[in-house]
Unconditional design. Structure first.
Length: 173
């Protein structure tokens, strides 16, 4: 059974009982190490399959629940504008460029924009996820996709190489 930790100013201050990395916290991916100390973004899964000190990769889920992630070593709430695309958000993010410029192709609601001066072309070069087009709703221009092509449909990736559609993405053969 894991013990309790106290985190002060983002630093682990100690545990009253339980394992630590030296005594066998095992892992297969970084988020498992963070879960031992959910607000500490300075633990990663080492090569030996044990949690070790080190910065968690940017965007690694942390905290209690799915609404937080690591940004510059700190566990913060996931939000539109933080620079990480979160498809699990409600509504889902389709882009997140980390700035507040609504006219750069990614608006402040984390959907792609096709309004001038942003690029008028919505296409992402992947025919498998549907045909993109610009749509205006209440004076806001958004990129929207048609229905994705079925899996195993032949396609060409953005470089022109032949491939097959898999889950809305053209996977090169």
């Amino acid at each position: 059974m894991l013990g309790c930790s106290v985190i002060v100013d983002g630093q682990l201050q100690g545990r009253d009982s339980g394992a630590d990395a030296a005594s066998g916290e095992t892992c297969t991916f970084d988020a498992q190490c963070i879960s031992f100390d959910p607000f500490n973004c300075n633990r990663v899964c080492g090569a030996a399959g044990q949690c070790v000190d080190g910065p968690a990769p940017e965007g690694t889920r942390c905290g209690m629940g799915a609404n937080m992630h690591c940004v510059t070593g700190t566990c913060v709430p996931r939000t539109c504008g933080d620079g990480f695309v979160d498809r699990a958000a409600t509504p889902p993010e389709y882009c997140d460029d980390g700035n507040d410029n609504p006219d750069d192709g990614c608006n402040n609601m984390c959907t792609r924009s096709c309004a001038a001066p942003a690029p008028a072309e919505c296409g992402d070069g992947d025919e498998c996820n549907g045909q993109e087009s610009c749509m205006t709703i209440m004076a806001l221009a958004f990129c929207r996709s048609s229905e994705a092509l079925p899996d195993d449909q032949e396609c060409e990736d953005s470089s022109g190489a032949p491939g097959t559609c898999q889950l809305g993405t053209c996977v090169p053969d």
